[in-house]
Ligand binder design. Structure first.
Ligand code: MLT
Length: 408
């Protein structure tokens, strides 16, 4: 008799975005005449930058020619891409990261989900609330929690983000070992200042904790005073792993390319207190379970760092940021308190009612899909998240429909 991993039975409902897609599908089946505008899941809608497309084609052509053909690439990624990332995303901005500390992968979601495997079963884990569900669910699957009670899993430390603290949680009052942070934040769109991030780095250094810093949305930061990488903070190399993605930066959600930075100074401990380099552990895990991202995709990602690629990727993000600012302005004008949408593609709206009820209202009366805040945790109740990933035309139409629906 084959037995299952019973930790899966503890998981609450299905993965949030699958649940939403199912509801939208049911609505569409019942109302085939209604046109739906999706501002729910943060999936990009604009095509890849032209520079990436050209490099992608060239990568495919290379595979068609015996002289340039490549089979398996290095599991950690091609040097041509790792070197560009180290230079443009880190050293040029004053953060010390070497090319061989960068691990290319097929997604920040996968890396965020997989990294927990290299830590002990009994590490004490702190997650934000509201939270990107992957941080929680992967630890539930791994058996690091008890059951869910009243929307929270036993054994996790929840770092509460509220309107009062601007969705930047306070440092934990109880000891924790592994801390998940995400800025610009998914789902709230809140951003963290250098001083606030420094407090977390200092906490991790004092407590021999490790920060898993999800910076998938860093390219939306336009305020030069805000940190774009945790490694801009002194001492972070010893206590932080950072996750980045080309998904939102350059429209790679369907193409798949991301990377994780594991500095060689970053240490974790065995049962006797002996130090071990997290880099070596992650390298071992990556080499065993992953065979690298395809060569043409890495060529396409490399083109993000060419002068045209930089300009085109920036223009893409500028377009989404203009949408974000429109959404924030419109929802604000309707009297809703909003966070985010300034250095982030997400606008977090206090709906002043049950968040699934607000989701249903917007779907039924405006034909607009958002994401109910309750799906991100207890502190998300009462909020919805609106994503700026769509065309300007659709965002304008969606805002007009929301206005009519709420004012009727
Ligand atoms: C979201 O909508 O929160 C994101 O699309 C999730 C993701 O990138 O996996």
């Amino acid at each position: 008799m084959i037995k299952i991993n019973e930790n899966y039975l503890k998981l609450q409902a299905s993965y949030l975005f699958i649940d939403i897609a199912r509801r939208v599908q049911a609505f569409q089946a019942a109302h085939p005449e209604r046109e739906i505008i999706k501002l729910g899941i943060g999936d990009v809608t604009h095509p890849l930058p032209d520079a990436c497309i050209r490099a992608f084609h060239q990568g495919v052509d290379d595979l068609a020619d015996a002289r340039t053909f490549r089979g398996y690439g290095p599991e950690q990624g091609y040097a041509f891409l790792r070197e560009k990332i180290a230079l443009h995303d880190f050293t040029a901005r004053g953060a010390q990261v070497a090319a061989d500390e960068i691990f290319i992968s097929d997604g920040a979601k996968c890396d965020n989900g997989n990294i927990q495997e290299i830590f002990a079963q009994d590490v004490r884990i702190a997650v934000p609330d509201p939270v990107y569900p992957v941080y929680v669910d992967t630890n539930v699957m791994a058996g690091r929690t008890g059951s869910a009670r009243d929307g929270r899993y036993e054994g996790l430390v929840y770092l509460e983000g509220t309107r009062e603290n601007g969705f930047i949680p306070a440092l934990p009052c109880e000891p924790v070992d592994l801390i998940y942070l995400c800025y610009p934040n998914n789902p709230t769109g809140a951003v963290i200042t250098r001083e606030q991030l420094k407090a977390w780095v200092d906490y991790a250094r004092e407590n021999r904790a490790l920060i898993l810093y999800d910076a998938a949305y860093e390219s939306f930061i336009r305020d030069p005073a805000l940190p774009r990488s945790i490694y801009e903070i002194e001492g972070a190399r010893e206590v932080a792993v950072e996750f980045r993605s080309f998904s939102k930066t350059a429209g790679f959600t369907g193409t798949r390319c991301a990377f994780t930075v594991v500095p060689k100074d970053c240490m974790a401990y065995d049962g006797t207190g002996e130090r071990h380099a997290v880099h070596a552990l992650w390298n071992r895990r990556h080499g065993t379970k992953f065979n690298g991202v395809s060569y043409p995709v890495q060529k396409a990602a490399e083109a993000v760092y060419s002068p045209e690629g930089q300009a085109q990727a920036r223009a893409l993000i500028d377009g989404y940021l203009e949408n974000a600012s429109l959404i924030r302005r419109e929802m604000g004008a309707l009297g809703f308190y909003c966070v985010g949408g300034e250095n982030s593609p997400y606008i977090w709206v206090d709906g002043r009612r049950d968040s699934w009820a607000f989701f249903d209202l917007l779907l039924n009366d405006a034909g607009v899909v958002c994401t109910p805040g309750a799906g991100f945790g207890k502190c998300g109740e009462g909020y919805i998240r609106i994503s700026a990933f769509n065309s300007r035309e659709n965002v304008e139409k969606a805002m007009g429909r929301i206005r009519s629906a709420l004012m009727k």
